[in-house]
Design a protein around this ligand. Structure first.
Ligand SMILES: [Zn+2]
Length: 211
Protein backbone atom coordinates (compact mmCIF):
# COMPACT_ATOMS: atom_id res chain seq x y z
CA UNK A 1 0.00 0.00 0.00
CA UNK A 2 2.97 2.32 0.43
CA UNK A 3 3.10 2.83 -3.35
CA UNK A 4 -0.53 3.91 -3.42
CA UNK A 5 0.00 6.36 -0.56
CA UNK A 6 2.91 7.78 -2.52
CA UNK A 7 0.62 8.29 -5.49
CA UNK A 8 -1.78 10.35 -3.39
CA UNK A 9 0.88 12.57 -1.85
CA UNK A 10 2.52 13.38 -5.18
CA UNK A 11 -0.41 15.50 -6.38
CA UNK A 12 -1.11 13.37 -9.39
CA UNK A 13 -4.48 12.54 -10.92
CA UNK A 14 -5.31 9.96 -8.27
CA UNK A 15 -4.78 12.54 -5.53
CA UNK A 16 -7.03 15.06 -7.25
CA UNK A 17 -9.70 12.42 -7.81
CA UNK A 18 -9.55 11.59 -4.13
CA UNK A 19 -9.94 15.27 -3.19
CA UNK A 20 -13.18 15.57 -5.07
CA UNK A 21 -14.43 12.33 -3.47
CA UNK A 22 -14.40 10.30 -6.61
CA UNK A 23 -14.55 6.56 -5.98
CA UNK A 24 -11.39 4.81 -6.98
CA UNK A 25 -11.18 1.09 -7.27
CA UNK A 26 -7.75 -0.52 -7.49
CA UNK A 27 -7.64 -3.83 -9.29
CA UNK A 28 -4.72 -6.27 -9.48
CA UNK A 29 -4.44 -7.67 -12.96
CA UNK A 30 -3.07 -11.24 -12.76
CA UNK A 31 -1.23 -11.07 -16.06
CA UNK A 32 1.34 -13.75 -15.17
CA UNK A 33 -0.97 -16.31 -13.71
CA UNK A 34 -1.23 -19.55 -15.61
CA UNK A 35 1.81 -18.94 -17.82
CA UNK A 36 4.38 -21.56 -16.74
CA UNK A 37 7.49 -19.75 -17.99
CA UNK A 38 6.56 -16.50 -16.29
CA UNK A 39 5.72 -18.20 -13.03
CA UNK A 40 9.02 -20.12 -13.06
CA UNK A 41 10.90 -16.88 -13.76
CA UNK A 42 9.07 -15.13 -10.91
CA UNK A 43 9.85 -17.98 -8.52
CA UNK A 44 13.53 -18.05 -9.52
CA UNK A 45 13.86 -14.25 -9.24
CA UNK A 46 12.20 -14.28 -5.82
CA UNK A 47 14.44 -17.12 -4.57
CA UNK A 48 17.58 -15.35 -5.82
CA UNK A 49 16.52 -12.06 -4.21
CA UNK A 50 15.84 -13.78 -0.88
CA UNK A 51 18.98 -15.92 -0.81
CA UNK A 52 21.16 -12.90 -1.57
CA UNK A 53 23.67 -15.04 -3.50
CA UNK A 54 24.72 -14.59 -7.11
CA UNK A 55 25.62 -17.66 -9.12
CA UNK A 56 28.93 -17.22 -10.96
CA UNK A 57 28.37 -18.46 -14.50
CA UNK A 58 31.38 -20.13 -16.13
CA UNK A 59 32.99 -17.96 -18.85
CA UNK A 60 33.33 -19.83 -22.15
CA UNK A 61 36.91 -20.49 -23.36
CA UNK A 62 36.21 -18.67 -26.63
CA UNK A 63 35.37 -15.44 -24.74
CA UNK A 64 38.47 -15.43 -22.55
CA UNK A 65 40.91 -16.61 -25.27
CA UNK A 66 40.91 -13.36 -27.27
CA UNK A 67 41.44 -11.32 -24.08
CA UNK A 68 44.48 -13.42 -23.06
CA UNK A 69 45.85 -13.42 -26.62
CA UNK A 70 45.64 -9.63 -26.87
CA UNK A 71 47.33 -9.26 -23.48
CA UNK A 72 50.20 -11.57 -24.54
CA UNK A 73 50.68 -9.64 -27.79
CA UNK A 74 50.82 -6.24 -26.11
CA UNK A 75 53.18 -7.51 -23.36
CA UNK A 76 55.47 -9.00 -26.04
CA UNK A 77 55.50 -5.78 -28.02
CA UNK A 78 56.31 -3.77 -24.92
CA UNK A 79 59.18 -6.16 -24.15
CA UNK A 80 60.56 -5.88 -27.70
CA UNK A 81 60.43 -2.07 -27.64
CA UNK A 82 62.30 -2.04 -24.30
CA UNK A 83 64.90 -4.58 -25.46
CA UNK A 84 65.55 -2.64 -28.69
CA UNK A 85 67.09 0.17 -26.67
CA UNK A 86 70.16 -2.04 -26.09
CA UNK A 87 69.97 -4.93 -28.54
CA UNK A 88 68.97 -5.42 -32.20
CA UNK A 89 68.77 -1.69 -32.96
CA UNK A 90 69.46 -2.19 -36.68
CA UNK A 91 66.62 -4.71 -36.98
CA UNK A 92 64.27 -2.60 -34.88
CA UNK A 93 64.92 0.64 -36.75
CA UNK A 94 64.45 -0.86 -40.21
CA UNK A 95 62.09 -3.80 -39.87
CA UNK A 96 60.09 -3.72 -36.65
CA UNK A 97 56.34 -3.52 -37.13
CA UNK A 98 53.71 -3.72 -34.45
CA UNK A 99 52.25 -6.87 -35.88
CA UNK A 100 51.55 -10.25 -34.31
CA UNK A 101 52.16 -12.03 -37.65
CA UNK A 102 55.68 -12.60 -39.04
CA UNK A 103 56.60 -10.68 -42.23
CA UNK A 104 56.51 -13.84 -44.41
CA UNK A 105 52.88 -14.66 -43.55
CA UNK A 106 51.94 -12.39 -46.49
CA UNK A 107 54.03 -14.43 -48.96
CA UNK A 108 52.47 -17.85 -49.44
CA UNK A 109 54.92 -19.13 -52.06
CA UNK A 110 58.24 -18.46 -50.33
CA UNK A 111 60.25 -21.59 -49.59
CA UNK A 112 62.09 -22.25 -46.36
CA UNK A 113 65.53 -21.36 -47.72
CA UNK A 114 64.33 -17.90 -48.78
CA UNK A 115 62.52 -17.23 -45.48
CA UNK A 116 65.51 -18.30 -43.36
CA UNK A 117 67.99 -16.34 -45.50
CA UNK A 118 65.89 -13.16 -45.47
CA UNK A 119 65.47 -13.50 -41.70
CA UNK A 120 69.25 -13.74 -41.37
CA UNK A 121 69.76 -10.67 -43.56
CA UNK A 122 67.15 -8.75 -41.56
CA UNK A 123 68.85 -9.44 -38.24
CA UNK A 124 72.39 -9.17 -39.63
CA UNK A 125 73.40 -12.71 -38.58
CA UNK A 126 74.11 -14.68 -41.76
CA UNK A 127 76.17 -17.80 -42.47
CA UNK A 128 78.52 -15.79 -44.67
CA UNK A 129 82.20 -15.73 -43.82
CA UNK A 130 82.27 -12.13 -42.58
CA UNK A 131 79.62 -12.92 -39.94
CA UNK A 132 81.15 -16.29 -38.96
CA UNK A 133 84.50 -14.55 -38.59
CA UNK A 134 82.87 -11.78 -36.54
CA UNK A 135 81.64 -14.46 -34.08
CA UNK A 136 85.12 -16.09 -34.09
CA UNK A 137 83.81 -19.30 -35.69
CA UNK A 138 86.22 -19.19 -38.66
CA UNK A 139 89.57 -17.51 -39.18
CA UNK A 140 89.11 -15.77 -42.53
CA UNK A 141 86.29 -13.45 -43.52
CA UNK A 142 87.39 -13.32 -47.17
CA UNK A 143 85.42 -14.68 -50.13
CA UNK A 144 86.91 -17.41 -52.35
CA UNK A 145 86.00 -15.49 -55.51
CA UNK A 146 89.02 -13.17 -55.23
CA UNK A 147 90.59 -13.92 -51.83
CA UNK A 148 90.51 -10.25 -50.82
CA UNK A 149 86.85 -9.16 -50.52
CA UNK A 150 84.92 -9.54 -47.28
CA UNK A 151 82.24 -12.15 -47.85
CA UNK A 152 79.32 -10.17 -46.45
CA UNK A 153 75.77 -9.72 -47.72
CA UNK A 154 76.58 -6.64 -49.82
CA UNK A 155 79.41 -8.54 -51.54
CA UNK A 156 77.23 -11.57 -52.34
CA UNK A 157 74.33 -9.55 -53.68
CA UNK A 158 76.14 -6.87 -55.64
CA UNK A 159 79.79 -7.87 -56.28
CA UNK A 160 80.70 -11.57 -55.90
CA UNK A 161 81.92 -13.11 -59.16
CA UNK A 162 80.34 -16.41 -58.19
CA UNK A 163 76.83 -14.92 -58.51
CA UNK A 164 77.16 -12.85 -61.68
CA UNK A 165 74.54 -14.68 -63.73
CA UNK A 166 71.95 -14.72 -60.91
CA UNK A 167 72.67 -11.04 -60.13
CA UNK A 168 71.94 -10.02 -63.71
CA UNK A 169 68.44 -11.41 -63.39
CA UNK A 170 67.90 -9.79 -59.99
CA UNK A 171 69.09 -6.37 -61.17
CA UNK A 172 66.95 -6.60 -64.28
CA UNK A 173 63.88 -7.41 -62.17
CA UNK A 174 64.59 -4.55 -59.74
CA UNK A 175 65.09 -2.16 -62.68
CA UNK A 176 61.74 -3.21 -64.09
CA UNK A 177 60.23 -2.31 -60.68
CA UNK A 178 61.88 1.15 -60.94
CA UNK A 179 64.75 0.52 -58.51
CA UNK A 180 68.28 1.32 -59.70
CA UNK A 181 71.86 1.02 -58.42
CA UNK A 182 73.17 1.55 -55.83
CA UNK A 183 70.65 -0.77 -54.15
CA UNK A 184 70.00 -0.81 -50.42
CA UNK A 185 69.11 -4.42 -49.70
CA UNK A 186 67.62 -3.93 -46.22
CA UNK A 187 65.59 -0.94 -47.37
CA UNK A 188 64.26 -3.03 -50.26
CA UNK A 189 63.33 -5.89 -47.90
CA UNK A 190 61.69 -3.49 -45.46
CA UNK A 191 59.17 -2.48 -48.15
CA UNK A 192 57.66 -5.97 -47.88
CA UNK A 193 56.63 -5.58 -51.51
CA UNK A 194 55.59 -8.84 -53.18
CA UNK A 195 57.59 -8.32 -56.42
CA UNK A 196 60.75 -7.24 -54.59
CA UNK A 197 60.56 -10.13 -52.09
CA UNK A 198 60.07 -12.69 -54.87
CA UNK A 199 62.95 -11.23 -56.94
CA UNK A 200 65.30 -11.37 -53.93
CA UNK A 201 64.14 -14.87 -52.91
CA UNK A 202 64.68 -16.10 -56.46
CA UNK A 203 68.31 -14.84 -56.30
CA UNK A 204 68.79 -16.52 -52.89
CA UNK A 205 67.47 -19.84 -54.21
CA UNK A 206 69.63 -19.80 -57.33
CA UNK A 207 73.06 -18.89 -55.95
CA UNK A 208 75.39 -21.67 -54.75
CA UNK A 209 76.34 -19.84 -51.54
CA UNK A 210 74.06 -20.29 -48.53
CA UNK A 211 73.15 -17.15 -46.68
ZN1 LIG B 1 82.84 -13.42 -53.65
Amino acid sequence: MQEFRDFFTRGDKLYKANQIHKDIELIWVPSHIGITGNENADTAAKAAAESGSINQAEIPYSDIFSVIKQKCISEDQEKIVNMAQNKGQLYFNIFYKKNAQPWFSEFKYLNRRAIVSINRIRCNHTSLKADLHRFKIIESSLCDCDGKSEQNIEHIFWQCKKCTKERKELVSQLNSLNYFEPFNLRALLAKNDTNIIYAISSFINQIKIKI
